[in-house]
Design a protein around this ligand. Sequence first.
Ligand SMILES: *Cc1c(COP(=O)(O)O)cnc(C)c1O
Length: 407
Amino acid sequence: MPGRSSGWSGRHDGSLTVGGIPVERLAARVGGTPFFAYDRELIGRRVAAVRAALPGEIELSYAVKANPMPALLQHMSGLVDGFDVASALEMRHALDTPVPPGRVSFAGPGKTVEELTQAVAAGVTVELESELEIARVRATSRALGVPARVALRVNPDFTVRGSGMRLGGGPQQFGVDSERVPEVLASLAGAEFDFQGFHVFAGSQNLHADSLCEAQRRTAELVLGFAWAAPGPVRYVNLGGGFGIPYSHRDRPLALEPIGENLAELVDRVIRPRLPEARIVVELGRYLVGEAGVYVTRVVDRKVSRGKTFVVVDGGLHHQLAASGNFGQVIRRNYPIAVGNRMDDPAEETVTVVGCLCTPLDLLGDDVALPMPEVGDLIVLFQAGAYGLTASPTAFLSHPTPAEVLV
Ligand SMILES: *Cc1c(COP(=O)(O)O)cnc(C)c1O
């Protein structure tokens, strides 16, 4: 069923609704198509589901790069415990929310002296990614006369099976190789550093609970093995995340329950007895927001070429690169798609939905079964709440940047 329309449940008179508003009405409110719409209630429900499944003392951090819309961050600040940021602007937007600076962590390779200065001045936790970065943070701390709040990002000596994107294990630009950690920890002694603990992020977009459980167990063991060499008590253990969401009809949603049970046991039996002061953090991006967003486009043209019907919409890969299959995917699979103003009509035609860019890569739905989309209909792409607008080449072909609304 290539044209499946995801689990999105809001409907009114045959129309898809976002935040209770029918999409055609929302398009009028926004001022036109294409646009992204994020449903605040769905985000709230998703965070609540994660909280219910994970042990109560696990802190939840939102990885801002998944969707950095400032209004969404404000909404999220009332739901999660902290933010993980990856640039100075993400950090500024995170600091504009009521989340305290100490609950913001700044990860990522290649942080500049200017970015590090802003982070140390703000009092966010700098996740140290290299030895040169450590030297820069020491100098920054001296220049500002404040201790830098830091954690060491560790590149683990294991890989996680089933991750769509691997960020740990083997050679990596992220973090310090685990075998070098004791030596590097020795360099963090001194008044320049307010040492918090460790961060390990091994991979992304994983739909296998057993792999994630194993990764969390191995991460906890890895971190415990370094505690003796730490310059002070370990007060922060960021176990990473990597919780995936289903993007195609072949994907099964991740089971949270086994992850929660595994974490409860890890916390009680392994981490807590040895690191009584540690805040234990799980950081999630797409899992919290990915399924709460849609990308809404309008049909501009319909044409038949040598027997194949093309539906051309006013959006494309310049806004939603991932749906075109060009955001690191090995095999292109259709994202869930629907005619948003005619949700109750039966699928009676197989069409190929393409964007308005002059490239064959701009493919949004390949041979999808839809209810005969006509010019003017709204084509909605689901799973668009994460890595959509800001992960797409918006300047490519110089079309206007679409609106984003949180409803
Ligand atoms: C990107 C990133 C995340 C979020 O990944 P998702 O797949 O969106 O959950 C979490 N932590 C770090 C360090 C990241 O770089």
